[in-house]
Design a protein around this ligand. Structure first.
Ligand SMILES: C[S@@+](CC[C@H](N)C(=O)[O-])C[C@H]1O[C@@H](n2cnc3c(N)ncnc32)[C@H](O)[C@@H]1O
Length: 335
């Protein structure tokens, strides 16, 4: 299960999840049987999806990565000072992806000869293998344990196998993929895995001009569209389905009352789709939607309320120059 490569290893906990396909079949069966239909955004990131997400991060319209990159590049010294790098710790990166922005912190920590190890945790094993290779070239001496796992599965393993002070990163507004209530539940569950001397750096997209947000999720070049449609391609490939990708279209809209950007795949006509691995056929009406993603946009007051309700205090708030994105440093309160 563990493949050592010098001081870097990958621990794959995915086979322990409910089914051998990381829950994809179960999610697809449940999601397409309900009304309205939905698919979970956590399945976006197969090898092709991860590659498309990297292209999204480079799009002129996709401000999220640029704003958080600005925060971490300009304020990384303050952030690292605030988390206390004098005692050894694990830097646990939840949903690490390609760790593009985390590398700003890693380079600072390595240059300052801080005693820490890096734990990127992601449900995409492909993504972790690419990351391990990159980290091996950049920082051969850096100890890395990559965890291919669901968030809480990985954290439970870490607490059991390698208990140490933790600095947890949850960047890129990943928490925005939950409904507000789920986001709070996530923070409260996460709190149970943390000790008072641990920290959590939470990246959040803040409310702003709805047009700017809409363009970020429906770019002119059509990369977000390809990213969303890749979910159907993945289901075709892994679950032997026959989705005709030309007969579905990407649509994204912002709901200013809820503060949520929602993405959908819309069936252009009445059609049936057979999913071989499920031995089931699903009916789509013309213009029926599959809800594929929520991207919640926060106000700082909401973040503070959620944090308090779950037993954290807000230690610091770091924002970019336009106040469009925030990295909030939370500390568990002693209970
Ligand atoms: C939007 S990317 C963010 C990557 C990076 N943290 C950043 O800020 O750019 C989200 C990442 O979270 C991972 N992910 C999504 N759901 C997950 C889950 N339930 N458990 C573990 N990883 C998950 C995806 O595979 C993907 O690599």
């Amino acid at each position: 299960m563990t493949q050592p490569t010098t001081n870097k290893s990958l621990v794959n906990l995915l086979p322990q999840l409910v089914s051998t396909d990381n829950g994809l079949a179960q999610d697809v069966r449940q999601g397409l049987s309900q009304n309205p239909k939905k698919l979970s955004s956590r399945f976006f990131y197969d090898a092709k999806g991860s590659q498309l997400f990297q292209q999204i991060m480079e799009l002129p319209e996709y401000y999220l990565t640029k704003l958080e990159h600005q925060i971490l590049s300009r304020q990384r010294k303050e952030i690292l000072y605030a988390i206390d790098t004098a005692t050894p710790f694990q830097l646990v990166d939840l949903g690490a992806g390609d760790a593009y922005k985390t590398k700003l912190l890693l380079s600072e920590l390595v240059a300052s000869k801080v005693d820490f190890s890096y734990v990127p945790l992601d449900i995409s094993e492909d993504q972790l293998n690419l990351l391990l290779e990159d980290l091996h070239h950049r920082w051969p001496q850096l100890p890395v344990t990559a965890l291919a796992a669901e968030y809480f599965q990985g954290l439970a393993w870490l607490n059991q196998e390698k208990p140490q002070r933790k600095v947890v990163l949850f960047l890129g507004s990943n928490i925005g993929n939950f409904h507000l209530q789920e986001a709070q539940e996530f923070l409260c569950t996460l709190r149970k895995s943390l000790n008072p001397h641990d920290s959590l750096l939470l990246g959040l997209d803040l409310r702003k001009d709805p047009e700017k947000m809409r363009r970020a999720y429906a770019d002119a070049a059509g990369v977000t569209s390809a990213f969303n449609l890749n979910l159907l391609h993945r289901i075709n490939k892994e679950l032997h389905a026959d989705f005709d990708l030309d007969q579905f279209q990407h649509f994204a809209e912002y709901d200013p009352l809820e503060g949520t950007m929602r993405s959908f795949l819309i069936s252009r006509k009445a059609q049936q789709v057979h999913i071989g691995a499920l031995n089931e056929t699903f009916e789509f009406e013309a213009w029926e939607a599959i809800h594929t993603e929520n991207s919640y946009k926060f106000s700082l007051r909401q973040v503070e309320e959620m944090a308090q309700a779950c037993g954290y205090r807000v230690q610091d708030v770091y924002t970019d120059a336009s106040h469009g994105f925030a990295d909030v440093l939370l500390r568990p309160v002693e209970s």
